[in-house]
Design a protein around this ligand. Structure first.
Ligand SMILES: Cc1ncc(COP(=O)(O)O)c(C=O)c1O
Length: 375
């Protein structure tokens, strides 16, 4: 049997990983400024994480949601504390798309309405509603097409107001910092506008925090920068440091009933142990603060380099837009300097490293990029 060939891959086999470093099977070391696509939040194979998962696996790895699973409640309490959303309710699932799918569905259950507002260049996942709310026709199959989603221009307050007049809006879904869309930071004013329009029209504000959340921006949720709360936050990626997991947290006014949402694997013992280990390390090592200060440092240094069109981002979610003539730089960073980075079209280098990145790692990256940009 062959693999279903949907990924354009680098011909590299990663055999070992630790902190912000990975090694291939020949022992070649790489610096990971990509974090396996924003997934590695606390660093690869962190000893506390490995121990907590191993201990849990030796006790019980899985039992279904038909029994009481105290480690879920333990996780809810910890997540409430670290995120500051202690009065929210936690629903656990398995991926970012599933988190958004549940969020959009829950919003519609809550207010009985159908229209979803999403934004140009958004990415919310590949399941049916999540992909319908994703602004990329190439990944939307005919069966996913729906009139229930309206795409508005990014940061256009007048268009948003108009849409609320025109439609019975169920929910507005927005990434606090667009990832796939090229690291576009939503302004505080725009997020505040969404909050006030949702309040006025009984619509649900969904903060897609799958990529920009979990401390990466220097606050737990990047939407927190606007000083307003969303009604539902979706998360995945960094939540389990590589253990497949997703979640939504739900404001207290949205009430659950039996059968409303459900999943076989979501919230299993092992996933919860992984998520608890992540939050414990984030707290213990002050990683949100590290993301903020190191991110500021990297962006300041980047702005001193030549041949960069624009530097965007917050914390350790950084986009470096390059002119067309420097389109080769990302490839060279990997081939010549052994540094993994992410990309966004047309020509943006995306940095999504572990929140435990060190200044020495950052300096190594900056020196490599400088040598490429000065050539
Ligand atoms: C903002 C955002 N939302 C949702 C998703 C989908 O997450 P997953 O791939 O875990 O389904 C992604 C994945 O890249 C994302 O960046």
């Amino acid at each position: 049997m062959n693999l279903f060939d949907v990924y354009p891959i680098n011909d590299i086999i990663i055999d070992k990983a630790q902190g912000s470093l990975v090694w291939d099977e020949k022992g070649q070391e790489y610096l990971d400024m990509y974090g396996g696509h924003a997934v590695i939040s606390i660093g690869h194979t962190h000893p506390h994480y490995v121990k907590r998962l191993t201990d849990q696996l030796n006790k019980v790895g899985f039992y279904s949601n038909s029994v009481r699973i105290p480690i879920q409640q333990e996780l809810a309490a910890k997540l409430g504390k670290v995120s500051g959303k202690e009065d929210y309710q936690l629903f656990l699932c398995n991926s970012g798309a599933e988190a958004n799918e549940n969020a959009l569905k829950l919003a519609s259950f809550y207010n009985g309405k159908k229209k979803i507002i999403a934004f140009k260049k958004s990415f919310h996942g590949r399941t049916s509603l999540a992909v319908a709310a994703t602004d990329n026709p190439k990944i939307v199959a005919p069966v996913n097409e729906t009139d229930n989603v309206v795409f508005l221009p990014w940061e256009d307050q007048a268009a948003l107001e108009e849409a609320f007049k025109q439609y019975e809006v169920s929910s507005v879904i927005i990434e606090g910092i667009q990832g796939v869309g090229g690291i576009q930071v939503a302004s505080e004013a725009f997020l505040q506008k969404i909050r006030s329009l949702c309040d006025a029209h009984n619509a649900v504000f969904i903060a897609d925090s799958v990529q920009c959340g979990y401390g990466r921006s220097g606050k737990f949720f990047s939407h927190d920068w606007a000083g307003v709360n969303a009604d539902i936050y979706s998360m995945a990626k960094g939540i389990g440091n590589g253990f497949p997991m997703g979640a939504i947290i739900i404001a207290p006014h949205i009430a659950p009933h039996y059968g409303m949402l459900g999943t076989t694997f979501g919230g299993n013992h092992l996933a919860c142990a992984a998520a608890l280990a992540v939050l414990e390390v984030i707290e213990e090592e002050n990683l949100i603060n590290n993301a903020l200060t190191l991110g500021d440092y990297i962006m300041t240094e980047l702005r001193k380099l030549p041949n960069i069109t624009e530097v965007r981002g917050r914390g350790l979610m950084i986009g470096i837009e390059l002119p067309e003539a420097f389109a080769h730089v990302r490839k060279n960073l990997l081939a010549k300097h052994k540094i993994f980075t992410g990309e966004a079209k047309p020509n943006v280098i995306r940095l999504l490293p572990s929140l435990a990145l060190t200044k020495a790692d950052a300096d190594k990256f900056l020196a490599a990029l400088k040598s490429e940009l000065e050539n």
